[in-house]
Design a protein around this ligand. Structure first.
Ligand code: FA5
Length: 345
């Protein structure tokens, strides 16, 4: 029995030492030390031994079991360490690999222009005002000296919602609303950016929905020269000192006198093209001195207060600044167009 136990010990230890992984090691443990294993079987046969031999063989069997268990534990520690190292190696991250850039969005050129114009006027002491896009006929027309049936209403073909409400055709109703809120007391110095809507036929420079930025200054002693000076500063800052500007006499029922401002066309350098309709100039804004009727209707004393107002189209300004040849590019969402401007956000 002694020989059998010793050879079992040697055989088990050899197998343990050759085990390649933890699974194989566990199989060896079950095979040699499990309930049906040879060591247990040998111990079961102890009853057949003499009283003198029994304690001796019992001690030997425990020694063999202990030696196999010890070897298994030592091997287990080695295999576990190897397994961890193998896993670490397979999951290694190469931190020297360059990362893949994540594509983010970027500012729309129209947003950039509106923000640039806002910054410019805020720098001149203006505050930003807002008004509704669904507007009352009263603020869009009547309070601006355009009573019902006035022929000049045809200048801005409108989308009506009810008899008395429409999609605003310009940002000028914000003038009327701001003056009304001021209750006849100046000064007022605001700009108002926002969307406007007209039943215009879309072409290279016209859209049925576009953006305007309104400006309004009301105080004592405001003169036409203040308006001219302001528009000059704006145009030079926006387009550079070398671009040509011209003011043309015009007509708006809410200003008197009225003007329109044109900028020389960047696309053709003033020679005439599709964008400037062969004239070499593009109109970017309408302006004038606030009509006394408009001041009085909003509760201002027109003998004490005077003011100027302007309304510009930022799409046209962006077209002139960046040399964009069709206003429809702003609305068709082609990312190849939009990503050409500004920085990624
Ligand atoms: C007006 O809308 C006046 N409310 C401007 C104004 C304000 C005059 C205050 C006096 C005092 P007008 O219809 O010309 O004016 O439009 C102003 C600007 O909006 C134009 O110069 C042009 O740049 C732009 N614009 C007009 N119609 C369109 C359109 N269909 N598509 C794109 N831009 C347009």
């Amino acid at each position: 029995m002694e020989d059998k136990l010793r050879s079992l010990q040697q055989e088990a230890i050899e197998k343990v030492n050759e085990a390649q992984d933890l699974k194989e090691l566990n199989n060896i443990r079950v095979a040699y030390l499990g309930k049906k294993g040879p060591v247990t079987e040998a111990l079961k046969g102890m009853g057949k031994l003499s009283a003198e031999e029994r304690p001796k063989m019992g001690a030997l069997a425990n020694e063999v079991r202990g030696a196999i268990t010890e070897t298994i534990e030592a091997k287990q520690a080695v295999l576990e360490k190897e397994a961890v190292e193998k896993k670490l190696q397979s999951e290694t991250i190469d931190v020297t690999l360059p990362g893949r850039p994540v594509k983010k969005g970027n500012h729309h050129p129209l947003t950039m222009i509106v923000e640039e114009i806002e910054d410019l006027f805020i720098g001149m002491g203006y505050t930003v005002a807002e008004g509704p896009e669904v507007e009352k006929d009263y603020y869009n027309f009547e309070a601006l000296n355009l009573p019902k049936g006035h022929p000049a209403r045809d200048m801005q073909d409108s989308f009506y919602i009810t008899e008395e409400t429409l999609l605003r055709t310009h940002t000028s109703p914000v003038q009327a609303r701001t003056m009304e809120l001021a209750k006849g007391k100046g000064p007022i110095k605001i700009i108002c950016p926002g969307k406007v809507y007209r039943r215009d036929t879309d072409d290279a420079t016209h859209s049925h929905q576009f953006t305007q930025i309104e400006g309004l200054v009301i105080d004592e002693n405001i003169r036409m020269s203040d308006l001219k000076g302001t528009l000059n500063v704006f145009a030079k800052k926006m387009f550079g000192e070398d671009r040509e500007i011209r003011l043309r006499p015009s007509f708006f029922p809410f200003t008197e006198p009225s003007v329109e401002m044109d900028i020389s066309c960047k696309i053709c350098g003033g020679k005439g093209c599709r964008v400037c309709k062969g004239t070499g100039w593009i109109e970017i804004l309408g302006a004038g001195m606030v009509h006394p009727n408009v001041l009085e209707m909003a509760g201002f004393d027109s003998k004490k207060y005077t003011g100027f107002a302007f309304g510009m189209g930022p799409e046209r300004i962006a077209m002139l600044k960046y040399g964009i040849d069709d206003i429809r590019h702003f609305y068709t969402n082609d990312t190849r167009f939009v990503t050409q401007f500004g920085t990624e956000e």
